[in-house]
Design a protein around this ligand. Structure first.
Ligand SMILES: Nc1ncnc2c1ncn2[C@@H]1O[C@H](COP(=O)(O)OP(=O)(O)OP(=O)(O)O)[C@@H](O)[C@H]1O
Ligand SMILES: [Mg+2]
Length: 429
C-alpha cells in the first residue's frame, strides 16, 4: 500500500494513506476528480484513474489487509519499560500462534537481544546496513520461543546510531517484506528524528510511560513532536500552514498557548479545503498509551490525564490501552535474561500484560479473553519449562593473578569464578 500525494488548488499535500483518503472521501472532501501523483507515470492524474484508489470511493470498501501489523513501542523517557514490554508482548502474541518478529530499533543502545537471553547475536542491523545481508528476513534470528524471531540492533557499532536518511528509508520499506503477522519495533528513548520517523512509519504506535510527572511530561512531548512532524510533512508545500506550526505559541515545548484546535480553525479560515486535509491528519493520528510501573490506584488516572491533555491541546485521540503493575518479578526476569511474562506467568505484571494483549491488541472480548488467558497461562508455563536457563556465572573466567584487572580488583578470589566479569557478554555487544 503506497501513500499518495494529493494536489488541491495547485497546492500539494501528503503523502496520505488510503485509509486517510477514505476518511476524507466519506465526508465528501476528496473526490474522484481530485488530482493525485502517479508514481509510475510521474504525473498528476485524477484519483479515479489510479486503480489502487478505486476501492476508496466504493461503498463496499474494506480496509486493506496488511500482511503484517507493524507496532512501534516508544515514548520520550528512558528506562520506562519499552524493551521489557516489547519482549513480553512478543512472547504473549507468539504463544497464541501468531508469527512475530521483534525489531530492536534502539540504534544507540540495543539490548532487546539480552532480554531474550541472546548474548552474542549472529546477525545484527550492522549486516543489513553494510549490505552484508540483503533483506531483513535474513537477519531475523530464532529465539527460544516458538513463532518468535528477533532482528537484533547493532549496539556499540559506531556510526549506526545515526543512519543516513536513505538507510532509514530502505529499512522502513523492507519492514513490510518481513514474513510475520506482527512486527514489534522497540525504539530508543528520546525524540530524535530517528525515533520519531520509525514511530510514524509503523501502523500503530504505543507510547510507554510511568506515572512520574517527568515521564508523563516527556511522553506528552513525544506525542506532540510526532504529531508536529507528521503535520509538517503533510503540509510542507504550504507556507501558511508552516508558518502557523512554527509559531512560538504552538511549537514551544511546555505550555501551548495556541492549541491545535485553534490552528485548525485558522487553517480553515484561510482555506477550507486545506482545513479538511489538516483535520484528517489530526483524526488519523491515534497513538496508544501504556502506563507502566503502577504502584497505586491513583496512578491509573494519569493515563486518562494524558488522554485529556492530548484531546484538549493537540486535538487528537489517544487510545489508553491500560496499565502494568510495578512488580519485582520484572526486575528478577531482567536479571535472569528472560521476558518477564515467561519468568513468572502468574505475576501481577504478567497478568496485566496478558489482558492488555488479548483485549486491546487482539481485540478479544473480556469473556473470551478470560478463557484465552487460561490457555495462554498453560502455554506460557510450557514455554517457561522449555526456555533455557542461562548460567552466566558458568561463563565467567576463573579469578587469577594473571587477570588483567587483578591489581585494581576488590574481589581477588583466586580459583573461583569471577563475580564481575560474567557480565562482560552483556556489556560487550
Ligand atoms: N512493571 C515493572 N515493574 C518493575 N520493574 C520494571 C517494570 N517495567 C520495567 N521495569 C524495570 O525497568 C528497567 C528498565 O526497563 P527497560 O530497559 O525495558 O526500559 P526502556 O524504556 O527500554 O529503557 P531505554 O529507554 O533505556 O531503552 C528494567 O530493569 C526493568 O526491570
Ligand atoms: Mg530499551
Amino acid at each position: 500500500m503506497n501513500a499518495v500525494f494529493v494536489k488541491v488548488d495547485n497546492k500539494q499535500f501528503g503523502p496520505f494513506t488510503h485509509h486517510e483518503l477514505r476518511g476524507l472521501a466519506r465526508k465528501g472532501k476528496f473526490t474522484p476528480a481530485d488530482l493525485v501523483w502517479d508514481e509510475d507515470d510521474h504525473d498528476w492524474v485524477y484519483a479515479e484513474q489510479l486503480d489502487e484508489l478505486k476501492t476508496i470511493f466504493s461503498d463496499d470498501y474494506a480496509p486493506e489487509e496488511h500482511n503484517s501489523r507493524i507496532i512501534a513501542v516508544g515514548g520520550g523517557k528512558g528506562g520506562v519499560g519499552k524493551t521489557v514490554l516489547t519482549a513480553s508482548i512478543g512472547v504473549a502474541l507468539a504463544s497464541q500462534q501468531h508469527q512475530v518478529v521483534m525489531v530492536d530499533a534502539d540504534l544507540g543502545g540495543a539490548n532487546l537481544h539480552t532480554v531474550m537471553g541472546i548474548l552474542e547475536p549472529e546477525y545484527t542491523f550492522f549486516d543489513f546496513y553494510t549490505l552484508n545481508r540483503d533483506s531483513l528476513n535474513e537477519i531475523a534470528l530464532e529465539t527460544p520461543v516458538e513463532n518468535l524471531r528477533l532482528i537484533s540492533g547493532a549496539c556499540g557499532t559506531l556510526g549506526l546510531a545515526n543512519p543516513k536518511y536513505t538507510q532509514k528509508l530502505r529499512f522502513i520499506r523492507q519492514l513490510r517484506t518481513v514474513n510475520a503477522e506482527f512486527l514489534l519495533l522497540d525504539l530508543g528513548a528520546g525524540s530524535s528524528y530517528n525515533v520519531i520517523d520509525f514511530f510514524l512509519a509503523a501502523d500503530e504506535g504505543i507510547v510507554v510511560t510511568n506515572p512520574e510527572p517527568m515521564a508523563l511530561q516527556e511522553s506528552f512531548n513525544f506525542i506532540k513532536i510526532c504529531l508536529m512532524r507528521k503535520l509538517k510533512r503533510a503540509f510542507h508545500g504550504d507556507p501558511f500552514v508552516n508558518e502557523l506550526l512554527d509559531r512560538e505559541e504552538v511549537a514551544r515545548p511546555g505550555r501551548m498557548q495556541m492549541t491545535l484546535h485553534q490552528v485548525l480553525e485558522k487553517v480553515r479560515e484561510h482555506d477550507e479545503r486545506t482545513g479538511d486535509f489538516f483535520e484528517q491528519v489530526l483524526e488519523s493520528f491515534k497513538p496508544q498509551l501504556i502506563l507502566n510501573m503502577v504502584t497505586k490506584n491513583e496512578d491509573v488516572k494519569e493515563g486518562v490525564a494524558i488522554q485529556a491533555a492530548a484531546a484538549e491541546l493537540l486535538a487528537i485521540e489517544v487510545d489508553y490501552l491500560g496499565y502494568i503493575t510495578y512488580d519485582q518479578s520484572v526486575r528478577d526476569a531482567v536479571r535472569d535474561l528472560k521476558p518477564f511474562i515467561l519468568h513468572d506467568p502468574k505475576s501481577k505484571a504478567s497478568q496485566d500484560l496478558a489482558k492488555l494483549v488479548n483485549v486491546k491488541l487482539l481485540g478479544k472480548s473480556m469473556f473470551r479473553s478470560l478463557w484465552q488467558k487460561r490457555k495462554l497461562q498453560k502455554k506460557l508455563q510450557e514455554e517457561k519449562k522449555a526456555y533455557p536457563e542461562i548460567q552466566l556465572l558458568d561463563k565467567a573466567p576463573i579469578c587469577s593473578v594473571r587477570c588483567f584487572y587483578w591489581g585494581d580488583c576488590d574481589y581477588q578470589e583466586g580459583g573461583k569464578p569471577c563475580p564481575v566479569r560474567y557480565l562482560e557478554p552483556i556489556f560487550k555487544s
